[in-house]
Design a protein around this ligand. Structure first.
Ligand code: GDP
Ligand code: IMO
Ligand code: MG
Length: 433
């Protein structure tokens, strides 16, 4: 039995898609457990680039099963567009995809509320992806969510009644709180979503049963996290976070698999740090030459919203905390090649707070975190190309030292090193499966 969870160590976009695609070669099943189409996971092979938002990044591997667990919030319109888009590119999406019938749906009013709320917040906005993720999770927790299973058989009658009261409440909010004329029609939404359900129905099943039976039969499962540790709703830089449990523990609740089944947790971390949206970022270099260089060489543009990503130095306390929160057994360091031209590289090893106190971890309160000044350690750059390297022995000495120092300070071994976007541009230090 091998069940590996892949999660991001920073604020998302660490290269999880690439690592999941790579590791799916050794897995039987790849499952998403949280988030929705706020994610943008890039997979590159055979000179083609694919960006996935909902469908697991293992979908390209023949003979593997892709699963969307109960913890994912699904926008059925976005899901069908993604399936159609992949099929149009010749990618098989059919019997190799299974979706939990207990997954909650992103409804039209969730998307509207996400955008309206951000506009109302003005300068205090979170910088969400505008996909309705927060409002959908709110309704799930408030027991006012809609699930695929609600459309099944007799359940439909109950759904009509529930939808009526849910939507009436949204319409009141639209007028009184958001001051818009937006109006949601119960009948229209029901008909539209019932039709979407019909198209998605062939993919639906009890994915917890499916996964547990597969695990019991000795199959290998890869759990694909979205977002990153510091966007987690409990442990991230609250309130500048997403609305789901992005940590490895989320794989259990988000897929209906017990914690005793998880064998490994691999954290994906960029060799530097990026963030999209608002929120504290102590090592940020926006507006400085190195920040611009990282942004340009790393092509740091959001895969979902097309926003320019904020860039900065590698932040040890951030990743060390990710190692602790996720119980990480290994790190996959990506985008090492982006640092190739630098003479010196800095890593933050702690911070100084407002009173000048040294901190070795980031305060969770966003206000306090925003005031931190990083304490840096300087390391020599390697000033030569690591792009596309596949052997550890081929890495320049200074690059080895950089990775060794990261491993030493964060407390987790580096098991994979990514040296380019493509599947084969990877150094396998230790095999994960
Ligand atoms: P995810 O959300 O964690 O899957 O990451 P994204 O796909 O949003 O962003 C990662 C970006 O970095 C994508 O454009 C990848 O193609 C690219 N990428 C991944 N690994 C590497 C690497 O080792 N080197 C370089 N240069 N690019 C990489
Ligand atoms: P992947 O899986 C980076 C950020 C948004 C915003 C905050 C809340 O590609 O790593 P939301 O729409 O979730 O309510 O937005 O979270 N965010 C991400 N940042 N990568 C992601 O996903 C993200 N998903 C959400 O920018 O700051
Ligand atoms: Mg991404």
């Amino acid at each position: 039995m091998t069940c590996v969870v892949i999660v991001g160590c920073q604020w998302g976009d660490e290269g999880k898609g690439k690592i999941v695609d790579l590791l799916t070669e050794h897995a039987d099943i790849v499952a998403r457990f949280q988030g929705g189409n706020n994610a943008g996971h890039t997979v590159v092979f055979d000179n083609r680039t694919y960006i996935l938002h909902l469908i697991p990044s293992g979908i390209f591997r023949k003979g593997k099963l892709a699963v969307l667990g109960n913890g994912v919030v699904v926008d059925p319109i976005a899901l069908l567009e993604e399936i159609d888009g992949l099929q149009a590119k010749g990618v098989t999406v059919g019997d190799n995809l299974r979706i939990s019938d207990e997954a909650n749906l992103i409804m039209p009013y969730h998307k509207a509320m996400d955008k309206l709320r951000e506009t109302l917040k003005g300068a205090g906005k979170i910088g969400t992806t505008g996909r309705g993720i927060g409002p959908a999770y709110e309704d799930k927790m408030a027991r006012g969510g809609v699930r695929f299973s609600d459309f099944r058989g007799n359940g439909r009658k109950d759904l009509c009644g529930r939808l009526k009261s849910i939507i009436e409440e949204k319409n009141v909010l639209m007028r009184s709180h958001f001051h818009t004329d937006a109006f949601f029609d119960v009948g229209e939404i029901y008909d539209q979503y019932a039709a979407l359900y019909q198209r998605i129905m062939p993919y639906l099943c009890d994915t917890s049963v499916l996964l547990n039976e597969a695990i019991d039969a000795g199959k290998a499962v890869l759990f694909e996290g979205a977002q990153g540790t510091h966007l987690d709703v409990d442990h991230g830089t609250y309130p500048y976070v997403t609305s789901s449990s992005t940590l490895a523990g989320g794989a259990c609740t988000g897929c209906g698999v017990g914690p005793t089944k998880i064998t490994d947790v691999i954290g994906v971390a960029k060799a530097y740090t990026t963030r999209v949206g608002e929120g504290p970022f102590p090592t940020e270099l926006t507006g400085q030459a190195v920040g611009e260089l990282l942004q340009k060489r790393g092509q740091e543009i959001g895969a979902t919203t097309g926003r320019v990503r904020r860039c900065g130095w590698f932040d040890v306390p951030l990743v060390r905390e990710a190692v602790r929160l996720n119980g990480m057994t290994g790190l996959a360091i990506t985008k090492l090649d982006v640092l190739d031209t630098l003479e010196h590289i800095e890593i933050a090893v702690g911070y100084r707070d407002r009173e000048g106190e040294i901190l070795t971890s980031m305060p969770h309160h966003a206000g306090a975190a925003a005031e931190l000044v990083p304490e840096y350690e300087e390391l020599a750059g390697w000033e030569s190309s690591t792009r596309g390297l596949t052997k550890l022995s081929a890495l320049p000495k200074a690059a080895r030292r950089y990775l060794d120092r990261i491993s030493e300070l964060t407390g987790a071994p580096v098991v994979l090193i990514s040296t380019g976007p493509s599947r084969e541009e990877t150094i396998v230090v230790e095999s994960v499966f």
